[in-house]
Ligand binder design. Structure first.
Ligand code: 3PG
Length: 402
């Protein structure tokens, strides 16, 4: 493990950047964690540092607060859950680099763990101004003797706690980041064929780079989720009230044309589960299955239909390498979860490497009750795994290798 490069950690204050950005529900002052996968994935590195005698100072973000404290983005509930999973007390600092952080860190004994309040409560964290970011990173670095980068989900962000702080302290890559990179490298270097990619989620615009890159690499591209309606519209179909990114129509047309030329099969759903009322408040969903080529004007597409789910499962059945990012529908609502469930089920049956990438798809497989061990790898990174597959440089990795 790269952690050994930091030498004897006994008594050292080690700042660990984890990705503890978990989904929450409930009122601002009574939030409940709906999927703790990222916290659990962060435990091994934190535990091994504590066991090595370090004074572990964890820093992380939650949501996208605008550089100032906001109750609903407090890491307090995460701190509690982290303590339960570690089986040890976690000292929670109510600020990130202020008085509370300093005294909390000063109070740590060897082998103890502290969590700092949401790092994005500080404008310096996400600032585009290098000097401002650097100044904040210096305050973070002042709390520690060494830095461990273990938040894979944020390594694509050039932010103070991910990037700048690594330039200020002796640093190492955490085991979670190392594992994630290993698996993703297997997808990009020499994937076993057939290589099938399933993309979903709401927006095409989030997936442009990855589609672009995969058109030269994957054998089949299965598309579902909200983004599919822009593809259907690009083919000239009516999509009713479904999500539609007007400004991406040309891009989708170009992708379809390029796929046809290069022999990559793009599979779009033939049927769609729609509703007219969703998401208007309390109304009970009235799901209906319609042809993807004839979505009625008053309908909103919310999942791929049963025939498409079967087609997707069949396309996945012979695959030797699969990457899946993005749910097929609004899986949080039972009536619109079947498409996502069918894809997840098909992935569990893949003989070869199956990778679930992305906060939402990872949360989906867990909330739908799948056993995580049935998948080859469930990535903790959404945007990060996509950018890796796009072939982009990840600032949080780059800075460690320099
Ligand atoms: C994620 O949820 O993908 C990571 O935690 C990164 O969050 P961000 O997109 O707000 O930077």
């Amino acid at each position: 493990s790269d952690l050994s490069s930091l030498g004897d950690l006994r008594g050292k204050r080690v700042l660990v950047r984890s990705d503890l950005n978990v989904p929450l529900e409930g009122d601002a002052d009574q939030q409940r964690i709906t999927d703790d996968g990222r916290i659990r994935a962060s435990v091994p590195t934190i535990r091994s540092l504590a066991e090595a005698g370090a004074r572990v100072v964890v820093t992380a973000h939650l949501g996208r607060p605008k550089g100032a404290p906001e109750q609903r983005y407090s890491l307090a509930p995460v701190s509690e859950r982290l303590g339960e999973l570690l089986g040890a007390d976690v000292a929670f600092a109510t600020d990130t680099v202020g008085e509370s952080a300093r005294s909390t860190v000063a109070g740590l004994e060897d082998g103890e763990v502290a969590l700092l309040e949401n790092v994005r409560f500080n404008a310096g964290e996400t600032s585009k101004d290098d000097a401002e970011r650097r100044e904040f990173a210096e305050r973070l670095a002042g709390l520690a003797d060494a830095f461990v980068s273990d938040g894979f989900g944020v390594v694509h962000r050039k932010q103070a706690s991910v990037y700048d702080v690594a330039q200020l302290l002796p640093h190492a890559m955490g085991d979670l980041v190392a594992t994630e990179i290993d698996v993703l490298r297997r997808l990009t270097d020499t994937p076993e064929r057939p290589y099938v990619v399933v993309l979903g989620g709401s927006k095409v615009s989030d997936k442009l780079g990855v589609i672009d890159n995969l058109l030269g690499k994957a054998d089949k591209l299965l598309i579902g989720g909200g983004m599919v309606f822009t593809f259907l519209a690009a083919q000239g179909h009516e999509v009713g009230r479904s999500l539609l990114e007007q400004d991406q129509l040309d891009t989708c047309r170009e992708y379809l044309a390029r796929a046809a030329e290069s022999g990559v099969e793009i599979l779009l759903p033939g049927d769609i589960v729609v509703d007219t009322t969703f998401p208007t408040g309390e109304a009970t969903p009235q799901p209906r299955v319609v042809a993807a080529t004839a979505i009625p004007a008053d309908c909103l597409g919310l999942d791929i239909g049963p025939a498409s789910a079967a087609d997707f499962a069949a396309a996945l059945s012979g695959a030797r390498t699969v990457f899946w990012n993005g749910p097929m529908g609004v899986f949080e609502v039972a009536e619109f979860s079947d498409g996502t469930r069918a894809v997840a089920q098909a992935l569990t049956e893949v003989e070869g490497l199956s990778v679930v990438g992305g906060g939402d798809s990872a949360a989906a497989v867990r909330t739908l009750g799948f056993d995580e061990s049935a998948f080859g790898h469930i990535s903790t990174g959404g945007g990060a795994s996509l950018e890796y597959l796009e072939g982009k440089t990840l600032p949080g990795i780059d800075v460690l290798e320099d």
